[in-house]
Design a protein around this ligand. Structure first.
Ligand code: ZN
Ligand code: ZN
Length: 402
């Protein structure tokens, strides 16, 4: 058992200036990746690029835990903690409208969440730490993870492939446009929700719209179901607890004079605990069963569990926050409230204490203000330099040779 938290080493390496030196290459890598985005589980070209770039640094053991993920291992040869650093590498099915000169060349696919930036940051961190290897103990594993954006996610594949075996701490970051560039948030405790989905089919009996008495109208029943489901949060959930139930999809019917056989509904449930998830899931099915039974209809209900909640280890979060202060100054650190989005970084946190921190990438002047997953999503690339500095400073601190 490696004791991770006994002391904080004095800074001997200026992470800020090492990040500044690496910045130009990070920008170039990020733009190359931005031009060639690939969808979840299809990141073949991206993985090859990462593999070749890592290999060019020397000193790393580079493998493919799965077909489209890459791991680089930097072993110091000395005993010490094993630190895993994670970047996700996949893009989204969105047609880019950002107007940047390095816009996507893959029709209908876009790096609209900033994972190109994460990949470039982690490449830069790997190169910097290769250069510092003489002053590090233990081991650093750089995880370039496929398929963060698509359930069941790629993180669990890396865990299954043993990438987390023996890891003492795992750290990742997301560049985010809700936060100004220059700011970094290191949340402690539960931070991102479980993004579950559900699908409901209400089965009535179709017929002529002029003779409703001869049908069981699934449209009218679906309307009642949507309204009744609002009670799950409004009336059945502790107001101090964070839960979202959204019906985001409704489909049924073909013509104005036909009552359809069935109507399909779908939506998402966001919770921060297994108990809250189970309560919401049970309440949704109970309400659907009750409303459909009341109107002599039947139903089918399907519930798909998404990623586990991202829950940051408080002790490790404090240590990452201290690294932010040393690398970027005390003013960089900002409070950040839990968000209802999800991330499969949580899969790593089941294996080792982990921290997922947020790096501001917003810039009003350059138009880097659009939300993630938007066709005009853009980042202020200086966010990457900040992220590199924090990772380098944290790794240096955790793995410092006495
Ligand atoms: Zn995303
Ligand atoms: Zn993302």
């Amino acid at each position: 058992m490696v004791v991770l938290w006994p002391r904080v080493a004095a800074p001997t390496v200026d992470a800020r200036s090492l990040a500044a030196e690496a910045f130009a290459d990070a920008v170039s890598w990020r733009r190359q990746l931005h031009r060639r985005p690939e969808l979840s589980f299809q990141e073949h070209e991206t993985a090859r690029f990462v593999e070749e770039t890592l290999a060019s640094f020397g000193g790393l053991e580079v493998t493919r835990p799965t077909e489209t993920s890459v791991m680089g291992r930097l072993r110091s040869g000395r005993a010490g903690p094993v630190l895993a650093l994670r970047a996700d590498i996949d893009a989204l099915p969105i047609r880019e409208e950002s107007g940047v000169p390095f816009a996507s060349e893959h029709e209908g696919v876009m790096h609209a969440c900033g994972h190109d930036g994460h990949t470039a940051v982690m490449l830069a961190v790997a190169r910097v730490l290769v250069g510092l290897n003489d002053s590090l103990n233990g081991e650093v594993r750089f995880l370039f993870q496929h398929a963060e954006e698509l359930l069941p996610g790629g993180a669990r594949d890396l865990v299954a492939a043993g990438a987390l075996t023996g890891v003492d701490a795992v750290v990742g970051c997301h560049l985010i446009t809700p936060l100004d560039v220059g700011k970094v948030g290191v949340p402690s405790g539960p931070f991102m929700a479980s993004p579950d989905t559900f699908s409901i089919v209400i089965e009535g009996r179709g017929g002529h719209a002029a003779f409703p008495q001869e049908s069981v109208d699934p449209v009218a029943i679906a309307a009642q179901v949507v309204v009744a489901l609002q009670h799950v949060v409004a009336r059945e959930t502790d107001p101090n607890e964070r839960v979202v139930v959204t019906v985001s999809r409704i489909a049924g019917g073909t013509a104005d004079n036909i009552i359809p056989e069935s109507v399909e509904l779908g939506g998402t449930v966001r919770t921060f605990s297994t108990e809250a998830r189970e309560r919401a899931r049970t309440a949704i099915e109970r309400i659907v069963a009750g409303v459909t039974q009341a109107h002599a209809a039947a139903y089918r209900f399907e519930y798909v569990e998404g990623y586990l909640p991202v829950d940051n280890d408080p002790e490790l979060a404090a240590r990452v926050a201290a690294a932010v202060e040393r690398a970027l100054g005390a003013n960089a650190l900002t409070e950040i409230a839990p968000i209802m989005g999800g991330d499969d970084f949580s899969a790593y946190q089941r294996e080792a204490p982990g921290v997922y921190f947020m790096v501001g990438a917003r810039n009003e002047e350059t138009g880097a203000t659009f939300p993630h997953h938007h066709p005009r999503f853009a980042i202020d690339e200086r966010a990457m330099e900040n992220a590199i500095a924090v990772f380098v400073e944290f790794a240096r601190d955790l793995l410092a040779v006495e």
